[in-house]
Design a binder for this molecule. Structure first.
Ligand SMILES: N=c1c2ncn([C@@H]3O[C@H](COP(=O)(O)OP(=O)(O)OP(=O)(O)O)[C@@H](O)[C@H]3O)c2ncn1[C@@H]1O[C@H](COP(=O)(O)O)[C@@H](O)[C@H]1O
Length: 129
């Protein structure tokens, strides 16, 4: 999706862990996961998620790839507002893909937690092959 670069960022990141609406960022993600799951089998004419799920894994993977490229373009262009928009698109499409694959965001978080404190430099050195 092309970013609306005329928009300003309304809700700057907060060091308190709460967004401007007083919700934790995790609550926003959890609600989105619940909504995405609820769209399985919904009417594709009224739900974008249902439409995307109906198009199949290939289309979902393609959208993730497209949005990732748009994130990279916004980053290189040093366009912070576009970077926020495109990152939201990427996260959203990634979460649709996870839902389709039966993957729980907690699985990804658990992997990140396991990696915590282990330097990527060290990990790479210890790789076989
Ligand atoms: N967060 C989002 C979200 N972010 C982006 N999008 C949609 O993602 C689409 C991506 O646009 P693109 O131009 O890249 O793609 P496209 O041209 O529509 O599709 P293709 O031609 O590429 O197939 C747009 O239609 C956006 O509106 C989203 N659609 C839905 N959500 C969330 O999902 C919930 C459920 O949505 P529905 O299933 O539509 O009810 C919503 O309430 C929101 O919380």
């Amino acid at each position: 999706m092309a970013a609306d670069t005329t928009k300003t960022v309304q809700t700057p990141a907060s060091s308190t862990g709460f967004n401007a609406a007083g919700q934790t960022d995790w609550e926003v993600l959890e609600r989105l996961v619940t909504t995405i799951r609820s769209r399985k089998g919904a009417d594709p004419s009224s739900s974008y998620v249902a439409k995307l799920l109906g198009k199949g894994r290939l289309k979902m993977a393609q959208k993730v790839g497209e949005e990732a490229v748009e994130v990279a373009i916004a980053a290189v262009a040093q366009d912070k507002a576009a970077l926020v928009d495109e990152s939201a698109d990427l996260l959203f499409h990634l979460m649709v893909l996870w839902a389709d694959a039966g993957l729980d965001p907690a699985d990804v978080m658990a992997t990140l937690a396991r990696r915590e404190g282990r330097s990527g430099i060290e990990e790479k050195k210890n790789r076989k092959g």
